[in-house]
Design a protein around this ligand. Sequence first.
Ligand code: GTP
Ligand code: MG
Length: 414
Amino acid sequence: MSAHKMAMPTCRVAPLLTNMEEEVGSPEDKQFKYFSDPVLIPKDSNILSVEVIDRIETAVAGGKVVEVVSIVKEIVQKVSRTTIKIAVTGDSGNGMSSFINALRLIGHEEEDSAPTGVVRTTQEPACYSSSNFPYVELWDLPGLGATAQSVESYLDEMQISTYDLIIIIASEQFSSNHVKLAQAMQSMRKRFYVVWTKLDRDLSTSALAEPQLLQSIQKNIRENLQNGQVREPPIFLVSVMEPEFHDFPKLRETLQKDLTVIKYDSLLGTLYQTCEDTINKKVESIKKSIDADNLQKEFGISNPDNPMESQRVFQEILGVDDESLRQVALKMEKPDTYFSMDSKGLQRYQQDSGPLVLWYDSSTRFFSTSLDYIVCCFFSSNRRYRQQKSILHETAGKAKYILRKILKESISHP
Ligand SMILES: Nc1nc2c(ncn2[C@@H]2O[C@H](COP(=O)(O)OP(=O)(O)OP(=O)(O)O)[C@@H](O)[C@H]2O)c(=O)[nH]1
Ligand SMILES: [Mg+2]
């Protein structure tokens, strides 16, 4: 019997930003946007400790983007080994323990299977693992409903806030307890699924044809949830007799995707926010040099009227010059072309840079004439400042784009 109790000390960091939402996850993930996942950080792991955030800030501020890649890889490695806790709950006898066995694709008679039975069986929370879901603890909780205990005190006793995902099991009827559990999950902003099990029994006893029966079960669950003002969670209809059929494959697939989302979404946001803030600070300090006409002295720009020279220097400062990007591509094990902008990237990069890139683009004369002409052109200091700030913003936009890409890529292939 592999059931055991475990206490994983964890602390949680609230998600810091939402501006990467459209960047993260597949379109299917959108339906889960109302969930708010905390970053899962074991206290002893040093993931996203002050030191780690400091290291990232220092690397970004120093234009050492390759170093950022190394730090992000370290973090992702640690997070990938972080355990996610899933609670399986419902009314007693609904089939929670059997569901856990079926999800693990093991029979009820096997040595480390969860005990099941017609009489109340699970008395204490018990933890199971599955090689199909590494770094996941599946917790079989005692069911609700056997005593007069309220849902609130049950959830309290089960320490439900310590779980990352909750699976509410129902069968035969979707009871008021199920609605209360769903309401509690919603108000705690916990990611949760509803699983209707014992479908084989429904199919064998109902007069309805299978498609109609499935529809009517789904409809009943939805209506009950709607009446309880619960926004619709993912709903799956299964039978433990057929762990490869009905909604089981969809459930496993959704779970795999969500495990990644739970582990990395907020982490990605927090890391990106750190990088973006650092670049913004850097940009502000360079702007001061521009206003003080100090670029020559501070950054060794020999001809501040030469946009190409300013661009080269700003790219070096922010770590997005050609040589740095070549090294980043190597470190990311990507071909050199990896960091060339695709059309979507270019669009975002231009948005990030505001009208400044457009200023370049719209100045057709500016581009159609030779660089020598520009260099020789008379620039008023105001115009020069504006031009330098344009180039600076454009370069900062590029740096943010590159950092976002590094984070996304590192996290999608941990
Ligand atoms: N036909 C059929 N029977 C099921 C299914 N799932 C569970 N059962 C049966 O339902 C009964 C209760 O199942 P359990 O998995 O022990 O239920 P539980 O929710 O863990 O119950 P407690 O631990 O007692 O609270 C057992 O006799 C199971 O064999 C199913 O999908 N189909
Ligand atoms: Mg049980």
